[in-house]
Write a protein of this length. Sequence first.
Length: 309
Amino acid sequence: MGLALSTSWNGFRYEDGKGIIREIRELGFKEVELSFNLTQRIVDDIAGIVKKGEIKVVSLHNFCPIPEGLKREVALPDCYSVASIDEENRRQAVKFTKISIDTALRLNARAVVMHCGRVEIKDRTRDLLFLYNLKGMADTPECLDLKETMRRERGEKAQGHFQAALKSLEELSGYAAKQNISLGVENRYYFREIPSFEETGEIFRRFKGSNLFYWHDTGHAQLWENLGFLKHQDYLDDYSRYLLGMHLHDINGGDDHLAPLNGTLDFKAFKPYLKKDTIKTLEAHHPASAKDMVKAREYLEEIYSNKLE
C-alpha cells in the first residue's frame, strides 16, 4: 500500500467528488480514504474517477455515504450507534454500515473503518482536557479525582452497550466477509466511546481469525498517554498483530488531527509495526494547509519508504 490521504481534510469544502480528488491528486497522493461526511453524489462522482483509474480508494470511514435523510453537519460516525441499547438506533447503525460495506465493494476498497458506538453517559473528556491544559499535568489531585469519576461512571453503564456492540459486530463481520471487505475497529478519542483498551482485547479474542481487525489512530492513542491513562505503545504492543490500518496525524496536548511535523509525535516509532500491506492514511484536518500536507506526505514517504508499495 502507498500513502493515502483522507478526504476529511478537504471534503467539507466541496459538493462534488471531482474537486475533492483533483485537489488531493495535486498534492501528490494517488490513494484516498473516503471520510464520513460525503454525500451520495460525491461518492458517485468518485466512483466514476476510480473507474477511469485516476485514483485508488483504499478504505472508507463509516458512514459513507452519509445516511439518507441527514445533513452533512450531523452525519457523524456515531449519529447512529452500533452500541445503542435502543434497538431501533442500533439497527439503523447496522443498516448504514452495511451500505458503507457495499460502497467499499463498489469502489474496490479493501476496508471500512468503524467507530463502535458509545456508553450513554455524560462525556467528561473535554473537562479533563481543560484541567490538564490549566494545570499542565495529568496527575494533579483535580485530574486524578475526575479520572476516577470517569472510570466509575463508565464502568456502571458499559456492559449493556458493549454487548450491543458485539451483537452488531457479529452481524456486520459476517456481512462484510461475504463481500471480502475487512472491518477496522478504531481506537477512540472520547473516554465514553467503545472500545476501551480492555474492550479492544475482548473484541479480538471473540473475533479471532475473522475479517475484523484493529485500526490504530495515532492521535487518539497519544491523547490517553498525555492524560495519564496508559502508554501509546501499549496499543501497538498488544494489538499490532491484528493491525489492518493506521490513521497518521499529529497531536499537541489534546489537539489532534494536526499534520505530521506540527505536533509532538515521533512517527518513526510506528515504523516497526507497519507492513507493506498495512493501510497508511494521513488524516489531518482543517486548518492544515496544502503546504502542510505536502510536507507531511514527503516526510512520511521518506521515513516509511520500505513500508510502501
